[in-house]
Design a binder for this molecule. Sequence first.
Ligand SMILES: [Zn+2]
Length: 233
Amino acid sequence: MPFFRTPALLRHAFPSCYWQIPKPLHEQPTLYLTFDDGPVPEATPDVLDVLDRYGVKASFFCVGDNVRKHPALFREVLRAGHTVGNHTFHHVKGWQTSLTHYLKEVSMCRHVMEDTAGTALPRLFRPPYGRITPKQLCALRKDYAIVMWDILTHDYDPRLQADALIPQLKPLLRHGSILVFHDSIKAYPRMIRLLPAIIEAALARGFSFATLEEGLAPTLHALTPTASYKSSS
Ligand SMILES: [Zn+2]
């Protein structure tokens, strides 16, 4: 059985990362939906449609090379009021990448995102596969809020069925949870069925949704070096 909730041992190994939003802005129970690996035309527009239908704002950890290939789609994500974060340029594995190369990957991703957006963006980073070495983490956390997750949906696993995942995931929702979905071709068949089911279950239980930019606003403002950065909220 896969882990849906991140084990406490792993959280304790990386205490400087965000696994949940510790002090949610609102009194009301709030969830943070995140989508990794886009933007791609085969998945991201449908995610935007679902989020729009429910009036939900979310956060997208983008792969720089996908932003380069699909700049208009990236701008569409921003225009819809969602937050974007950095997921490296080529979706590299931290454990197999030197510190210098890893930092270059993050920097390339930031540049293509900010050039495409035409503005500075919030300093959010999620390591691909959740794999990052202590040295990489130490170097990046000076400039970025490193965001992991509370609940992994396993939407990328073709051995699992969306119908079986939904009842496993619903009881795990809690105030401040960060959920990971993927706007990727591989995850699409499960993700596109899970997403509305999870949103509806959450709304029925009184949860609201916010972006990581809202949930981590004080941290992000402290990290942002330029005066040009403005919170979209
Ligand atoms: Zn990824």
